[in-house]
Design a binder for this molecule. Structure first.
Ligand code: PEP
Ligand code: MN
Length: 342
C-alpha cells in the first residue's frame, strides 16, 4: 500500500502517519520526491492498515493499494500466464487449450429429454454436457429440478455419450450427493457469494464452474474464486453470464469487457454463457460469436429437444437441429480469435 502526501504536508504530519503505520507491525519506507512524499507500507496486514483510515490524517492526499486482494487467483501465481484447468481429461484455458463447448439443457426433465439432448450435443462436438438437477429458481412455485433422479439421468447420459457432466449445486446439504455424480460442479450466479458453499466445494476437490453474480464486480468475482482456491482446489473455471442492467434489451447485459479484464488479472480460464444473458434464442448465437471473438476459453450454451415445452428457460434454448451449424460457426470465430489475439 502507498500513502501519498499533499505537496504541503509538514514533516511532523509525515512522522505522525509513519508512527501509526509502524505501530501495526508493518514497515514504512519513505520516498521523498521533488514535490510529494510517499510512504510504502511493507508487510502490512491490509485490513488493519485500511482500518486506520490514513487518508483522513492531516497531510495525507490518498492511500493506494498496490497488492491484489486475491492472491491465488492472481496471474502472478503462474508467472503471468494463463493456466489450464482439467475437467475429466478436457483442458480449459491455459496457453494451448482448445475452445471448449459445454452444451445441454437448462434442466434435466426426464431421461428421454436429457438423453436426446445429450446425443445431439455429442454429435455436434460438445466437450462437456450440462444439465441442472437442482435448479435455483426465482419463484418457489417453479420447477426446482429432479434432484437425485436428475443426477442419475445425467450419469446415464455420460455413460452413453462419453461426455463429462457439469451440474449445479445449490445447497450445502447436497454436496456429497452431487460430488458422486458430477465431473464439474457449477455454482450459479445467485450463489456466487454463498461463502460456506464455496468453501465446501473447495474441499470437495472437483473442478468448479463459477458463474459471475448479476451484480458482482470483477474483484467480488475473483474473491469468490479465492474462497475455493484457498481450500486447495485450484480447478476453477470462471463464467461471465451477464449482469443486471436496466437499459439492456436482453435478459442480462453480457459484459464481454469482463472476459478481457479477467484474463488480464487471473490465470483461471474464462468462459461465457450467452444463453442466460440473451434470454431469447435469437440473441444466443450473436452473443456466442462475440464471446468467441473476444477470446473466451469456451461457452456454456443451453439447448433442448422441444424448447416450447421446456420446464425451464425454453425461450433461450437453441434447438437440437441448430446445434451443428451453431458449433461450426462459433468454432470458426474462435479459431480466428486465437490467431488475432495471440
Ligand atoms: C443455469 O446455468 O441454468 C443458471 C441458472 O445459470 P445462472 O446461475 O447463470 O443464472
Ligand atoms: Mn438455465
Amino acid at each position: 500500500m502507498l500513502v501519498i502526501f499533499h505537496p504541503d504536508a509538514t514533516s511532523a504530519e509525515i512522522d505522525a502517519v509513519t508512527e501509526r503505520i509502524l505501530a501495526t507491525g508493518a514497515g514504512a519506507q519513505r520516498v521523498i520526491g521533488a514535490e510529494q512524499t510517499v510512504i510504502g507500507v511493507i508487510d502490512a496486514d491490509r485490513d488493519h492498515i485500511t482500518s486506520l483510515e490514513l487518508d483522513a490524517d492531516p497531510g495525507v492526499d490518498r492511500v493506494v493499494p498496490v497488492s491484489s486482494p486475491y492472491k491465488l487467483a492472481h496471474k502472478h501465481r503462474h508467472g503471468d500466464q494463463a493456466h489450464a484447468v482439467d475437467v475429466a481429461g478436457v483442458a480449459f484455458g491455459g496457453p494451448d487449450a482448445a475452445f471448449r463447448l459445454i452444451l445441454g439443457p437448462c434442466a434435466v426433465e426426464s431421461a428421454d429429454q436429457t438423453l436426446t439432448a445429450a446425443r445431439a450435443c455429442a454429435d455436434a462436438g460438445a466437450d462437456l454436457l450440462r444439465g441442472g438437477a437442482f435448479k435455483p429458481r426465482t419463484s418457489p412455485y417453479a420447477f426446482q429440478g429432479l434432484g437425485l433422479e436428475g443426477l442419475k439421468i445425467l450419469a446415464d447420459a455420460r455413460a452413453e455419450t462419453g461426455l463429462p457432466i457439469v451440474t449445479e449445486l445449490t445447497d450445502l446439504r447436497d454436496v456429497e450427493t452431487v460430488v458422486q455424480y458430477a465431473d464439474c460442479i457449477q455454482i450459479g450466479a445467485r450463489n456466487m457469494q454463498h461463502f460456506p458453499l464455496l468453501t465446501e466445494i473447495g474441499r470437495a476437490g472437483l473442478p468448479v464452474l463459477l458463474k459471475r453474480g448479476m451484480g458482482a464486480s470483477i474483484d467480488d468475482f475473483l474473491l469468490a474464486a479465492e474462497y475455493i482456491l484457498t481450500e486447495g482446489n485450484q480447478s476453477v473455471i470462471l463464467c461471465e453470464r451477464g449482469i443486471h442492467a436496466k437499459a439492456t434489451p436482453a435478459r442480462s447485459c453480457l459484459d464481454l469487457a469482463a472476459v478481457t479484464v479477467l484474463k488480464e488479472h487471473t490465470h483461471l480460464p474464462v468462459i461465457v454463457d450467452p444463453s442466460h444473458a440473451a434470454g431469447r434464442r435469437a440473441l444466443v448465437e450473436p452473443l456466442a460469436l462475440a464471446a468467441a471473438a473476444c477470446g473466451a476459453d469456451g461457452l456454456i450454451v443451453e439447448c433442448h429437444p422441444d424448447p416450447r415445452n421446456a420446464r425451464c428457460d425454453g425461450p433461450q434454448a437453441i434447438t437440437l437441429d441448430a446445434l451443428p451449424g451453431f458449433v461450426a460457426r462459433v468454432r470458426a470465430v474462435a479459431g480466428v480469435a486465437t490467431g488475432a489475439l495471440a
